[in-house]
Design a protein around this ligand. Structure first.
Ligand SMILES: [Zn+2]
Length: 230
């Protein structure tokens, strides 16, 4: 049954039943495996659905494994590279400097603050992210003729943005590591939800009017999300 691991690398999926109407599989970037199913569907049917999707499951797991081996947590050492707006910048550890963490075509970290490096980097990324999202939302909202209410940052590992019906937007600060056009895509995507709440074809028409290359941007995020981390 679906409660057994599919193979030595693929765990048994976690089953979540709800009021939905169809079965869906989800494989998280960290390798978690979830099946979402309606209350009325028998376990046998869920098992059959998983079997039919086996090729796809294997494909996603292969990619996830590759990405997990490629990703190495940062150690905050001299010469290490950090992403910012799609480019990599080296880290220099300085002994005599004012301030804690600076960015001048490279990252410069005060040696005394090495134990806080991770916190300082996140704070720096968050400040940059907030400035950038504020500017881009203003620009694209004017372009698209929509009004939003507020902008907040989130730190969720793999959710890039969200939009509430009241116009409150939320963006993942990790996106500031991605190229500008990827950031713009996420901004346009969330603003388009102010017009069309669901991912219907009407929604994509709204996105398409302002951001033509949304398919490429979406694929880029899928392929690179493991890099938008440290
Ligand atoms: Zn959406």
């Amino acid at each position: 049954m679906y409660k057994r691991p599919l193979s030595k690398d693929i765990p048994a999926p976690k089953l979540i039943r709800s009021k939905r109407r169809s079965i869906a599989l989800e494989i998280g970037p960290d390798g978690t495996f979830t099946v979402r199913a309606p209350h009325f569907v028998a376990e046998q049917a869920i098992q059959e659905f998983i079997s039919r999707k086996r090729k796809w499951i294997d494909k996603i797991y292969n990619r996830t494994r590759q990405q997990l081996t490629l990703f190495r947590p940062k150690q905050f050492i001299e010469g290490e590279r950090f992403l910012y707006l799609g480019n990599e910048y080296t880290l220099h550890i300085a002994q005599d400097m004012y301030g804690k963490l600076l960015f001048e075509e490279r990252f410069i970290l005060n040696e005394r603050y090495l134990p806080d490096a991770r916190i300082l980097f996140e704070r720096w990324y968050r400040e940059e992210a907030f400035m950038l999202f504020t500017l881009r939302c203003k620009f694209y909202a004017g372009n698209m003729g929509v009004r939003y209410n507020s902008i907040n940052l989130s730190g969720a590992k793999h959710r890039w943005g969200s939009c509430r019906p009241n116009g409150n937007l939320r963006f993942n600060w990790r996106l500031v590591m991605a190229p500008r056009d990827i950031i713009d895509y996420v901004v346009v995507h969330e603003l388009a939800h102010l017009v069309e709440p669901d991912h219907s074809s009407r929604f994509w028409t709204v996105v398409d009017k302002t951001f033509k290359d949304h398919r490429e941007a979406k694929n880029w995020l899928k392929d690179n999300q493991f890099r938008l981390n440290f």
